[in-house]
Design a protein around this ligand. Structure first.
Ligand SMILES: [Mg+2]
Length: 381
């Protein structure tokens, strides 16, 4: 079998889908992250797609090595392009052999996958009501953003506001309810310590990206201040960027993104390495249906994945949601806060390509919000 064509679609709300076609009629779907660089990623995908033409789609490891290991390597743009193609290759292989991808990666290690739901958006308000609504839907864990913009040193009123919001959820839903707080890389080291300690009494499931990963030495400092599990990893690209996290030991939960880190097998390798350091995994998946389906394949065969992010109803997905491009919508039906192990071949998805084409024709322009501090300086989003 040979790869005969590659088609790239950019679709709202902020997703890039890629279809890899073979000369025997098998097709695989992958997803890339636009990440405010949609045209760049689409161009790069077309360029790399040309390189794949005529190649054997089953030689996934060899193709991965060749896609990843160019002289200019690394970075999120290359990472998401490699990832999108890699998951499409797995989709082809699974469909050809009529097996879900996880059957090639060790098979089932679990009966179901626990999922959490986002609440609150970027400017969280009345989160207790939202968390209660999610609990009524069956979820027993949520994640929310901690703060709005926060300067290097900022007001303790903002810290207290975060504490009040978290406390309102804890009070409304009790000690057993899982609450994760995403600092989103918005917080600098001086305030990260303050915020982490202020939130510690509320027994969070985890605190995420308490600082940006480029400030990774601060993870140890925050870890020395609080007993709350720390999570990070959604911006890291490949095993090589994870090495220091493992050896430093300050972080407890890794959050690799299958659409950034190099695809399904690379995610599996990273999650397996985390297991060797007694670390948990909660893979990052706030994007579209193909990336989530690919992530679930890793979850099924990875015992240290304890919970999965998913984007149904997430505040980023304006106008479209997770199920809009999927024909077999039952794949993402959650029951009592869990999603069932997928059983269809490949990634398990049946993509509605007519819908993809129609929405793709409208184009995509997505950029993350631009925030400023009280003095006009740029604030991290
Ligand atoms: Mg995050």
């Amino acid at each position: 079998m040979k790869i005969s064509d590659v088609v790239v679609y950019e679709v709202k709300p902020r997703w890039i889908f890629v279809k890899v076609v073979t000369d025997e009629g098998y097709e695989g779907w992958g997803e890339m992250i636009s990440g405010t660089k949609t045209e760049t990623v689409v161009s790069g995908a077309k360029e790399m797609g040309n390189y794949l033409l005529g190649r054997d789609p089953f030689e996934i490891e060899r193709l991965w090595q060749e896609m990843y290991k160019s002289f200019f390597r690394g970075g999120p743009i290359n990472g998401t392009i490699v990832s999108g193609f890699e998951m499409a290759l797995w989709d082809i292989k699974g469909k050809y052999y009529n097996l879900p991808v996880y059957e090639f990666l060790g098979g089932k290690a679990r009966d179901s996958i626990k999922v959490y739901s986002w609440i609150g958006g970027d400017r969280p308000d009345d989160v207790a009501r939202e968390a209660k609504a999610r609990k009524d839907m069956g979820f027993d864990a949520i994640k929310m953003n901690a703060t709005e913009e926060l300067h290097y040193i900022d007001s303790y009123d903002k810290v207290q506001a975060v504490v009040d919001r978290v406390a309102s959820i804890r009070q409304a839903l009790g000690d057993g309810f899982g609450i994760a707080v995403d600092f989103h890389g918005r917080v600098h080291k001086p305030m990260a310590k303050v915020l982490a300690r202020a939130l510690e009494p509320y027994h969070l499931m985890f605190m995420e990206e308490v600082v940006l990963p480029e400030n990774e030495e601060a993870f140890r400092e925050v870890a020395n201040h609080v007993a709350t599990p720390l999570a990070t990893g959604e911006r890291l690209v490949s095993r090589w960027q994870y090495k220091n996290l493992f050896t430093q030991g300050a972080v407890d939960i890794i959050q690799p993104d299958v659409a950034l880190v190099g695809g399904i097998l690379e995610t599996k390798k990273i999650v397996a390495m985390a297991e060797a350091f007694d670390m948990a995994a909660a893979p990052h998946a706030p994007y579209g249906p193909i990336a989530l389906a690919a992530t679930l394949q890793v979850d099924v065969c990875s015992p240290n994945v304890f919970i999965q992010e998913q984007s149904l109803g997430i505040h980023y997905n304006k106008g479209f949601d997770l199920l809009d491009f999927v024909q077999n919508k039952e794949i993402f039906q959650y029951k009592d806060g869990f999603v069932a192990v997928p059983d269809k071949p490949g990634l398990g998805l049946i993509i509605d390509e007519d819908m993809v084409k129609a929405v793709s024709a409208e184009g995509l322009q997505w950029s993350n919000p631009k925030w400023r501090n009280y003095d006009g300086t740029m604030a991290e989003w």
